[in-house]
Design a protein around this ligand. Structure first.
Ligand code: ATP
Ligand code: MG
Length: 581
């Protein structure tokens, strides 16, 4: 392919709304253009990358025994009423009516459609297991579409759905997909982690998210530096250490002494109280007030910790967890917001994170405006406390699996595998006839990969100040040849020969044959990020060499024209080895 005939509208400046690097670079590299909020045109370069990602996904799905099909994007509301999600999905489900006033929606996912299809088609255990997938456009009316292809409203997803006759089979289907995902993201040359994810309230289910590691990721992961433990921060259990040794750095502030009330005027936050009393945030216990399914709940955690509302919700088996409104806080504590404390607090339920038992004396709120208490000893001074792991894991915590150190790398969710169990088959009455003559609900799993998101995530992970650095398997073209002198017949002929030869190796190659200054071409070349660059110039031809540059690390090599085939193949192997592929 030749640049002059292709359509690559590169830009010097990114639009003002491009907040993240992949969004910025994909616009500047001429890969995408916005149509409206969260909806993009995929320009030729962008589409090539998306198609390559999709093809890797397709090959690995097929290899895993999943079968491709395609379901409509427009879905009838009736199916969603059956599953119960018409009411519960919320505003991300874009609903509309047809001319007959019938309800429809644009598919954000396809559990309803596939379950509706299968229940009418598969009747016998002999037809199971089945795993059906599609690679297709989804629509979710995201509250804040942003970050370009990272969080669009319209985006491409691979979604697969497995149907099994029993739990054992369903687990096998799940791990089969898990390993297929592992191969997909490895083949893409990405650094990623599979993390065990919160699977919410669905009983008997489990779930992993595949995260591309990138400093700009929206998700925090708790990962062990030593072993393979990795969990979504929402899910990671905290391993408690017990009381620190006397005299250690976290030893008691003071031996258990009587409670002392101190004036702390105008201090509302933990930081303000700590500064005012000249103690550290971790010397405080904060009392966070919630309303959980209509009941008042207080949670005690150390001043520098965060309550994990998913752990809270799961522990209380609750439907709804909300922070208490300020008016109610005043009514419950008898004080302004910011002075809640456990001593004498009247709530329906009082919960404490185990860490607040690790020390004998804490600073807490006094349930009295402008006052705090010192020397609060939780077991001594607070009754009816239910102790439970309720906080987010933090850097410096120990690995719950091996005791090693926990890191909190950031990641971008590019895939999700989920054991659904019978959630949809029961709701939608999808049954098969088992060997014992009994009708049973299908055991289901669902498995998504964000095809457009993975391209953006790869750019978040791999770029520099000059532009994108594509890994070869998802690069629009693996090789970019700079023809530095398109008006010179010899240079032109050589660039053409190299193009044809590289194409004959099964690689995609783009020749920049524009009548532009070398500087412009090099800048554009680095911006669009093809992993292998070759420079054909008059000077090079005189020396009988082609200069080669590895876009990833900038390393240059000279490939002799007279032994080009071997030299190129060797150099290519070196570039690929740098990507671990
Ligand atoms: P998120 O938590 O990021 O909103 P999700 O949990 O809603 O994602 P799933 O329902 O598991 O996503 O969808 C499967 C995959 O589809 C995700 O792993 C992600 O890669 C991709 N995806 C989800 N929402 C979007 C979006 N708005 N834009 C692009 N890709 C998306
Ligand atoms: Mg998810």
């Amino acid at each position: 392919m030749y640049w002059s005939r292709f359509y690559i509208p590169t830009l010097k400046e990114a639009p003002a709304d491009a907040e993240v690097i992949s969004h910025n670079l994909m616009i500047r590299a001429g890969m995408i253009r916005k149509l409206t909020a969260g909806v993009y045109n995929y320009l030729p370069l962008g589409l090539r990358s998306i198609n390559k990602a999709a093809e890797i996904v397709r090959q690995e799905m097929n290899r895993a025994g999943a079968v491709e099909m395609s379901m409509p994007m427009v879905q009838p509301g009736d199916l969603w009423l059956e599953s119960g999600r018409w009411q519960h999905y919320g505003k991300e489900l874009l609903r509309f009516k047809d001319r007959h006033e019938r309800d429809y929606c644009l598919g954000p996912t396809h559990e309803e459609v596939i379950t509706g299809l299968i229940r009418g088609e598969l009747r016998s255990y002999r037809q199971l297991p089945v795993n059906l997938y599609q690679i297709q456009t989804k629509f979710r009316d995201e509250i804040r579409p942003r970050f370009g292809l990272m969080r669009g409203r319209e985006f491409i997803m691979k979604d697969a759905y497995s149907f099994d006759k029993d739990d054992e089979g369903a687990d096998k289907s799940y791990w089969n997909m898990f390993h297929a995902y592992d191969r997909v993201f490895s083949r893409m040359g990405l650094r990623f982690k599979a993390v065990s994810a919160d699977s919410g309230s669905i009983g008997g289910s489990f779930s992993h998210e595949f995260m591309v590691l990138a400093a700009t990721g929206e998700d925090s992961i708790a990962a062990c530096r030593t072993c393979d433990f990795a969990a979504n921060i929402e899910r990671a259990p905290v391993k408690y250490q017990g009381k620190p040794a006397a005299g250690g750095k976290d030893a008691p502030l003071a031996p258990p002494a009587p409670i002392e009330e101190v004036r702390t005027p105008g201090t509302h936050s933990v930081a303000e109280v700590a500064a005012f009393l000249n103690v550290r945030a971790q010397d405080l216990v904060k009392t966070i007030l919630f309303v959980v399914d209509g009941q008042s709940v207080a949670v005690l955690v150390r001043g520098d910790r965060e309550v994990n509302d998913i752990k809270l919700k799961n522990y209380l088996k609750a439907q709804e967890v909300e922070f208490m409104e300020p008016e109610m806080v005043k009514a419950v504590t008898g004080a302004e917001v910011g002075y809640a404390g456990p001593v004498g607090l009247k709530v329906d339920k009082l919960l404490a994170d185990p860490e607040v038992l690790e020390r004998d004396a804490w600073v807490t709120g006094a349930n009295k405006t402008d006052h705090h208490l010192k020397n609060v000893n939780i077991p001594r001074d607070v009754k009816n406390v239910d102790v439970q792991d309720l906080r987010n894991i933090d850097e410096g915590d120990v690995c719950p699996q091996c005791g090693g150190a926990i890191d909190l790398p950031r990641g971008i969710e590019v895939g999700h595998v989920f054991k659904l169990g019978t959630k949809y088959s029961e709701a939608m009455n999808a049954k098969f006839l088992d060997a014992d003559g009994q009708e049973k609900f299908f055991i289901m799993g669902c498995y998504g990969i964000g095809v457009t998101r993975v391209v953006a995530a790869s750019i978040e992970q791999n770029h520099d100040d000059k532009g994108i650095i594509f890994s070869p398997p998802i690069a629009p073209f693996e090789v970019l040849i700079f023809n530095l002198d398109p008006k010179n017949a010899d240079v032109n002929a050589e660039a053409g020969r190299l193009h044809d030869f590289i194409e004959s190796l099964g690689l995609d190659v783009l020749v920049d044959d524009r009548d532009e200054r070398p500087g412009v071409k090099f800048n554009d070349g680095d911006l669009v990020g093809m992993p292998m660059q070759l420079i054909v110039s008059r000077k090079g031809l005189e020396k009988r060499i082609v200069e080669a540059k590895d876009r990833r690390n900038g390393e240059r090599a000279e490939l002799p024209l007279d032994d080009f085939a071997d030299a190129f193949v060797q150099w290519k192997a070196k570039v690929y080895a740098g990507w671990n592929i």
